[in-house]
Structures are given as C-alpha cells and as structure tokens.
Ligand binder design. Structure first.
Ligand SMILES: Nc1ncnc2c1ncn2[C@@H]1O[C@H](COP(=O)(O)OP(=O)(O)OP(=O)(O)O)[C@@H](O)[C@H]1O
Ligand SMILES: [Mg+2]
Length: 161
C-alpha cells in the first residue's frame, strides 16, 4: 500500500491511528508530519509513543527541537526521536546539536515541521499529512521507500466511519 487516507472524527480517531502506527514501526524509519499548527501532529506522535510502551509525558520539544524516547520493538530496545523544528532558526543549530546522528538505521525519527530543515534532513520513508476537516481531521499517509511501503502494508487501521 503506497497511499492511505482516512477521516479522523475526533481526538480518539487520531489516537487510534497512533496505536496502529506503533504496531507497524520498524527501526530506522523516518516519518515526516505535515500540517498546520494544531493539526494533530503532536497528538498523533504522543499516541504512537504511548502505544509503543513509553510511560510518561510526551510534550512537543518546542525549544529543544528534539526529544529522544526509548521503546521496545519486537523485544529490541529502540530509540524514537520526536522533532519539532518549527522554531529552528538556522541549519547550524541542527548540525551543532548533533541531530544528523539520529538519522541512522536503528533510530526511528518522527519530524514535525520538516520544511524548516529541508536541506539537512534525509528523505522520509513515510509522509503523513494532517488537515482540519470539519470538527475532525483528514489524514493521508504516503510511503516513499521500500521500508515505508512495508510499514503501511502492516498498518491495520479501520477508522470508525
Ligand atoms: N481527529 C481530531 N479531531 C479533532 N481534534 C483533534 C483531532 N486530533 C487531534 N485533535 C486536537 O487538535 C489539537 C492538535 O494539537 P497538536 O499539538 O497535536 O497539533 P500540532 O499539529 O502538533 O501543532 P503544532 O504545529 O503547533 O505543533 C489538540 O487540541 C487535539 O486535541
Ligand atoms: Mg506539535
């Protein structure tokens, strides 16, 4: 499956997608999250991290730009890094913070506002686009690599219609 769309009626719908995504993750995935302020990028990431076993808060890394989490994926300890690059000012900030090292074969990177670091980021395996639609959200997931395709193929998500 290369492409998947759904309507998420409410925050519970976003959370349900997060649970499905958590089950479909694999090490090294790079996921870009697109959408306006308040579209639900952090809400989706939070649900995914909690479903993946993270206990505790998931806040947007507004000023630190990145927050690492440890989860266990099929018995293997795996790092997930949640980026929010909205407030990134310069490419140097990203480079000097050592963020490039997070993009490796083992770490899962989830990036809000990838547009802010376009020249620095590797291409994503999956693009997720969230958009306000009525009282809910429309979501589109696009696979852009073999690994992304495999992830979406594992995605078992049936939103309440
Ligand atoms: N499917 C949905 N329907 C309606 N409201 C939703 C849905 N999913 C999430 N929300 C709400 O939308 C808001 C999303 O906020 P969130 O912080 O996740 O946005 P964001 O895309 O990360 O924004 P920012 O770019 O500022 O980081 C929350 O108030 C959440 O409750
Ligand atoms: Mg956010």
């Amino acid at each position: 499956m290369q492409h998947f769309t759904a309507h998420l009626h409410d925050e519970a719908g976003t959370a349900a997608l997060g649970v499905s995504l958590a089950r479909a993750l694999s090490p090294g995935l790079v996921i870009y999250l697109h959408g306006d302020l308040g579209a639900g990028k952090t809400a989706l990431t939070r649900a995914m991290l909690h479903a993946a076993g993270h206990v505790g808060h998931v806040r947007s890394p507004t000023y630190t730009l990145a927050e690492p989490y440890q989860i266990v994926l099929a018995g293997v300890p795996t790092e997930v890094v949640h980026f929010d690059l909205y407030r990134m000012i310069s490419d140097d900030e990203f480079i000097e913070a050592g963020f490039r090292e997070y993009f490796n074969a083992h770490t899962i990177c989830i990036v809000e506002w990838p547009e802010k670091a376009q020249a620095l980021l590797p291409r994503p395996d999956i693009n997720i686009v969230l958009e306000v639609a009525g009282d809910g959200r429309d979501v589109e997931l696009q696979a852009l690599s073999q690994q992304g395709l495999q992830c979406l193929a594992r995605l078992n998500f049936a939103p309440n219609l």
